[in-house]
Design a protein around this ligand. Sequence first.
Ligand code: FAD
Length: 307
Amino acid sequence: MLGPVILAASRSDKMRRFISAAPGTKQVVDRFIAGETVDQVVPVIEDAADKGLEVTLDVVGEDITTPEQAAAARDAYLELIERLKDLGLGTRAEMSVKLSMFGQSLDGGHELALANVRPVVEAAAAIGTTVTLDAEDHTTLDSMFAIHEELRKDFPQTGCVIQAYLFRTEEDARRLADAGSRVRIVKGAYKEPASVAYQDKAEIDKAYVRILKTLMQGEGYPMIGSHDPRLIAIAQELGRQAGRKLDEYEFQMLYGIRSDEHIRLAAEGHRMRVYTAYGTDWYGYFMRRLAEKPANLLFFGRSILTK
Ligand code: FAD
């Protein structure tokens, strides 16, 4: 019930100002956001590497309003990649990007986002790593998939995300399960209408399993983005049935969520990648984490009230 309300608030400037300024917010934000700067996130990457984990790094930000902001987003990723190169961490860390942060929703946004993301993908490839295009709300996906296809002509390892809650996704999964592809499957985190997406959790889980089957039986590299213990167990079983070795797919979870499970799966020999978000424009990312689990909202409310 609360989820859709929080997701609606994630698009409100008034709420953004209120929540960003509230005392106690930072304490809760810190659970999900690994830092504000590259300097602050480097020890987090090193710590993950020490624990046998890999990371995918997200410089938080979305829905920018000027081409200058889009260029700044590109530069933030280029700075990050330069640091990873200096630290020799290139092969342990990949990048996750939101095309809305690269200008996708501006006038001529499709071309602008492609022009901004290409140098990031190029720089990542030069240090031996990859970029995955996150999935945002359903209105952005045709453009995201077209950019993904374009990038794959030169950088076949470029990944993308598909969302189980959307009716379109089973077909997208069939198209994307080709050799060399890297596809992250998630349940979906945006507020979507009943005309395009399942609203019922059980229906979303069933669709997730069908899509997972397609990916596991396909020729690409599935990336299972979920904290749901049932889906993780099903993924392990589907991987086994498809004759995949443990390094022929990977699990991904978000920084700050079920951290013990990150360690447990890595210890079992799975490749485990932690989606690690950092930066100052954390509002949209943070609100989606609150919407996913109403208990987070209680914790958040309490921390504001006790300040
Ligand atoms: P759920 O059933 O929601 O959660 C299972 C259990 O995990 C919960 O019972 C709880 O114990 C724990 N949990 C889940 N979420 C939280 C939380 N926020 N706080 C505390 N505990 C929690 N969505 C997109 O739309 N586009 C993307 O590009 C995208 N990328 C993602 C990348 C990764 C690596 C992951 C893990 C998720 C991503 N998501 C993305 C979010 C995803 O769509 C879901 O909203 C989110 O993962 C919650 O679904 P779940 O599969 O974990 O299952």
